[in-house]
Design a protein around this ligand. Structure first.
Ligand code: 9Z3
Length: 381
């Protein structure tokens, strides 16, 4: 791979088509920011997950940046939990999200926490062999699985009876079945569910998904401008009360729209040579033009410890924002370094393996809220 043209931010947006629902999305962001700022909250934009660089318009192949989205999703929970911030969560589609991340299908499969309890108190698959119910009259092991995406709409919120498990029973009854959360999982789930419902009812979390680096940059610009310009009822701009927490792993390279192949790149011509252009460094423009003095935090990811602080410092000097948080791929879950104009500060937590361990995001967010407070009082907002 070789690099090519250096696009300015302006060239980039002139040449890359916007996401099709951009305007609608930004109007919703505007309403969200207005309402929350009038309710006395600060607003933080969190970016999370990796961006893709598609190789074709009809995309079959793409390059990806590493990020599960844990940092962004965990951080969102801590900002929300503080009661002081509303969160705009700009995340890679299907990456981890606040609250639901605790029941990720790969690390903590939700269905394994539930039991089916039958009318006689027996638990399906425990003591009672599932084989007692099998097979169904047509020989199948289980009936077709109903779509969870579009549950029956009428009557609303009604319990939908399960199809009979036993061939002798009449269809369309609920068999006195209940679904039960296994006792050790109940307390943590209840606490999580309560937090989630509180956040939903207050309307303090607004999520927007992206996939490509181009979509990401369009949304980043649009949301930053909306945050920068939104005023409260007293006519005061969000300004310094806005925070930008840029944890997404953003590609440094992309293929401009006009240079991209329309259809799937065909094999058979030997090796594939990809030429990519450099993604513009929009952080400078964000500081100077979009964010209206908001508090900007970027992340620097490295794998070589010896260059972490120098690279973070270079970014800070080049873009002129408030703070770069440096982290190394291997140790990112238990140590990070805050790099600011006047020095460096390490945050560390003990290594932990169990699910009960503290997450470093708790300390990152607590410290950032202090720094943000100092930033707003300096600006007199
Ligand atoms: C980070 O460094 C994040 O902390 C991680 C979080 C991506 C490592 P996970 O989502 O990982 O919890 O799995 N984000 C920024 C990465 C990045 O691409 N930074 C650019 C750079 O290092 C600057 S924008 O050059």
């Amino acid at each position: 791979m070789s690099t090519h043209t250096q696009f300015s931010a302006e060239d980039f947006f002139a040449q890359q088509p916007p996401p099709k629902d951009l305007d609608k999305r930004l109007e919703a962001v505007q309403r969200f920011v207005e309402r929350n700022v009038n309710e006395g909250r600060r607003v933080v934009l969190i970016t999370s997950g990796g961006t893709t660089v598609p190789l074709e318009h009809n995309v079959v192949r793409f390059l990806d940046n590493f990020s599960a989205g844990t940092r962004g999703a965990a951080s969102a929970e801590h900002f929300l939990g503080s009661g002081r911030y509303a969160v705009i969560f700009l995340h890679r589609q299907h990456s981890l999200q606040p609250f639901s991340r605790h029941y990720s299908h790969s690390t903590n499969p939700f269905l394994d926490l539930l039991d089916v309890v039958e009318a006689d108190g027996g638990v399906l698959g425990k003591g009672k062999a599932p084989a007692e119910h099998l097979p169904l009259p047509d020989g199948h092991l289980f009936p077709p699985i109903p779509s969870m995406q579009s549950p029956p709409s009428s009557p609303p919120l009604a319990y939908t009876p399960l199809p009979p498990l036993n061939a002798d029973e009449p269809p369309n009854t609920d068999h006195g079945l209940t679904i039960q959360i296994r006792p050790p999982h109940l307390a943590p789930m209840l606490s999580l569910l309560r937090s989630y419902k509180v956040v939903k009812s207050l309307g303090i979390l607004h999520s927007i998904p992206y996939t490509t680096v181009s979509e990401y940059l369009w949304y980043l610009r649009g949301i930053s401008r909306v945050m920068g310009q939104t005023k409260d009822r007293q006519g005061q701009a969000l300004g310094r009360r806005g925070m930008y927490y840029l944890a997404a792993a953003v590609s440094d390279f992309f293929i401009p729209y006009t240079k991209m192949s329309e259809h799937k790149i065909q094999s058979g011509k030997g090796s594939l040579v990809i030429e990519m252009d450099q993604v513009p460094k929009v952080l400078k423009t964000m500081v100077d033009e979009w964010s209206n003095e908001g508090f900007i935090v970027s992340f620097k990811l490295e794998t070589d410890p010896s260059i972490l602080i120098p690279k973070a410092r270079t970014a800070l000097e080049r873009y002129g924002h408030q703070i770069v948080i440096g982290n190394l791929l291997d140790t990112r879950k238990h140590e990070v370094v805050f790099v600011q104009k006047d020095g460096e500060e390490w945050l560390r937590i003990p290594h932990h393996d169990g699910p009960d361990g503290k997450e470093i995001e708790e300390d990152i967010i607590a410290r950032l809220m202090e720094l943000h407070e100092a930033w707003t009082s300096k600006g007199g907002v």
